[in-house]
Design a protein around this ligand. Structure first.
Ligand code: TRP
Length: 468
């Protein structure tokens, strides 16, 4: 992913300001973008939301949103970033028609980044804690009551919840302050295939469990009556969250793309790879749900209670379990670094803070906001304004409100303000690739279809049409 120092051979640097680096190779671009997309969204959010929202119908809407809303927006964001070679606020200021306020998208994006990281860092905290607990060997059990009790013991203990979050923040901060993001990226690149393999193994094993048939029909045979407007909004929100779009992450990463990179092809590859990780996680988890008597609607605890049950039967289960959560932690770290990058680069490039200072300030704000989420299951469990804990609010508001709203604004910007010619130039690398036809189609989509579709889904999901 990111650029703690400029790389001398980087072709993109001719466009960049002198202090900006960039991804150094085509493979690096792909790996970093994938590193942002793949994370807890696949292993934690995707299964728990699919389980809680009825299975196949939700999955279908999620797929459609990814294809027709997520992918065009991802392409749009990367194109904006690469054209401007700057943080989201500066990028939009640079490209917007004189005096128009499109740069506010960048401000909203920074707010969204903090909100997402506030709860995301707590889930990463649970993953870190599970690595440690798996190694000490007392997590494995195929008894739902027991695995749920282990999870509750962790999240309902305010001290553990807070301390593990601080461990995560210190870890991420350490990576950024030591300037070893490149090292982490290199490690991630090598370890992600391992996570993939482990998921294939787990999924394959899970499919031999007695509940596999039930799991497959849960995942792939839609029950249409379960698709409510709220379910559709949640599925669309997941598509935004999964592809890291709607708040400037992909714009920021786009600003580090090489000039030669084929943007639509990269985005499509990332989307497909990301989707396969999610589906594999589903294959690993849902057969266990139906075989051992878990509830698919268990919510945020789902992956933490089912995966230990799957490993319980295997030889070397404890070690494999620790490896699973370790690889998940690494994937989540890549995603978290991409979230951090948005406020850090804004504070750096616009406020003139040095990168280390920008990092420390971001971590400080995060420590304060994050504590509210960390304590949501313990000290603050009864604090539920409007029927949700702070954790749930941060999760709900970001995915179901801020990201889709950001998506509408980005689509409108590209469709109406930026101009199709500049957009097509980015998609085709100034005519070198044959993407002009595609640019035309995506441009029309972003102009007329995407914003209307997102708005309708949002209004319906929020109950505006039903008067709820
Ligand atoms: N996509 C990541 C995941 O699924 C999370 C993430 C990283 C993200 N950057 C983002 C989500 C920007 C929304 C916006 O784990």
């Amino acid at each position: 992913m990111s650029k703690s120092g400029p790389s001398s051979t980087d072709a993109s640097r001719t466009h960049a300001t002198t202090s900006r680096g960039g991804f150094s190779s085509s493979l690096g671009v792909l790996a970093a973008t994938l590193g942002s997309a793949v994370g807890l969204g696949n292993i934690w959010k995707f299964p728990s939301l699919t389980g809680a929202n009825g299975g196949a119908g939700f999955l279908l809407i999620y797929l459609l949103s990814t294809l027709f809303i997520g992918l065009p927006l991802m392409v749009a964001e990367i194109a904006i970033g690469r054209q401007a070679r700057a943080n989201p606020i500066s990028a939009l200021r640079q490209l917007q028609p004189r005096g128009a306020p499109w740069w506010l998208i960048g401000v909203a994006g920074m707010a969204a980044a903090f909100l997402i990281m506030a709860f995301y860092s707590e889930v990463v905290a649970w993953v870190f804690a599970y690595v440690a607990k798996a190694l000490s060997g007392n997590l494995l059990s195929s008894d739902p009551v027991q695995t749920q009790a282990s999870f509750d013991a962790l999240v309902r203990d305010p001290v553990q919840a807070l301390l593990w979050q601080w461990v995560v923040l210190a870890f991420i901060g350490g990576i950024l302050l030591l300037g070893v993001t490149r090292g982490i990226e290199a490690a991630t690149k090598r370890l992600m295939p391992l996570l993939f393999l482990l998921l294939v193994l787990l999924g394959g094993y899970s499919l031999t469990l007695p509940g596999a048939g039930q799991a497959l029909s849960f995942l792939f045979a839609p029950e249409w009556h379960k698709i409510t407007p709220a379910v559709v909004l949640t599925a669309m929100g997941l598509a935004f969250f999964k592809l890291s779009i709607g708040m400037g992450t992909m714009m920021t990463y786009g600003s580090y793309f090489t000039a030669e990179q084929n943007i639509p092809a990269t985005a499509t590859r990332v989307m497909l790879a990301d989707l396969s990780v999610s589906l594999l996680a589903g294959m690993a988890i849902f057969p266990a749900v139906f075989s051992f008597g878990f509830q698919p609607s268990a919510g945020p605890s789902l992956v933490f209670i089912t995966i230990p049950a799957v490993f319980a039967q295997m030889p070397g289960g404890s070690v494999l379990l620790a490896a699973f959560f370790l690889l998940t932690a690494i994937a989540a770290t890549g995603a978290m670094l991409s979230l951090m990058e948005v406020p850090v680069v804004i504070l750096h490039e616009r406020w003139g803070l040095s990168r280390p200072r920008a990092t420390l300030l971001t971590l400080l704000i995060l420590g304060l906001l994050g504590a509210g989420c960390a304590l949501s299951q313990s000290t603050l469990a009864t604090f539920q304004p409007g029927g949700r804990t702070l954790f749930d609010w941060a999760d709900y508001l970001s995915s179901n409100l801020l990201l889709p709203a950001g998506g509408i604004a980005i689509a409108l910007f590209v469709g109406w303000a930026w101009g199709e010619r500049a957009f097509a130039a980015q998609l085709s690398n100034h005519g070198q690739l044959g993407n002009q036809g595609l640019a035309r189609v995506v441009s029309l989509l972003l102009r007329w279809v995407t914003p209307v579709l997102i708005l309708l889904v949002m209004l319906a999901g929020l109950g505006v049409f039903s008067g709820a």
